[in-house]
Design a protein. Sequence first.
Length: 287
Amino acid sequence: MAKEPIAADENKAVAPDDMSAPAQMRRAREAAGLTLEDLAGRTRVPMRHLAALETGDYGALPGTTYCAGFSRAYARAVGLDEKALVAQVREEIAELGGVGHGHHEIDEPVDPSSVPPRMLAWVVAVLVLLIAGGYAIWRMQLNTPPTDEQLAAEQRTETRIADPATPARRAAASAEAPAGPVVLTAVNEVWLRIYEPDGTRLFEGVLAKDQAFTVPATARNPMILTGRPDALAVTIGGQAIPPLGTAERTISDVPVSAAALLARKAVPPGSEDASPPAANTGNGAGT
């Protein structure tokens, strides 16, 4: 077989024992009857990088690490001594002063098939961030009182049935109305907010068990927001009235003035009088 040129920057042919690494690779490939395309399929190394190896154009390759890895894969595919070829490639690169964007030395050549694609690495990183962020938000929501936006969303999905009190019921409620302040007493630890329609907050916080809050007599149409209406006992002038709710369901915009609470109290048994009225619909029942 005719002698091969040793590299793109050499001008004479040499004996096989003195061949450069590029010349050895090309000679072995041709002896195996393989094309660069065939070799690219076997090694999973881009054909342009294989061509750069065969011509000794190390500057066209990413760096020493990849040159060593590509050379190892090349040697394995054509039957050359992997360690000897890699050592010669690294020696030739060192004589050139390094390749690519920098000189990166390695203890062992890296097989390019073990290097994950950059896009896959980015996808995995993004997925990890999304999962971590979702878990953090979920944990925060467990310990955070419901927001106005969450309450609005719940109200849009719930079917609320209006049940306005009739004049007869209002008259009965007035006749039985006890005098005195409205007092909310916690039967279990509960978070609540008492506020006026214009947004003025009369109270916001957590009531410990047996702790009470008295609604100011000067409050203008006070309303309540809480996620545990069943944890509050309500009295007017010391007289107990039906609770604001019987289940762990968030209520909002529920009037807690004496008049509003007595109107609810006047609803006859059999109707859902213990359920909070729907927001912005007057006195009614909601499930």
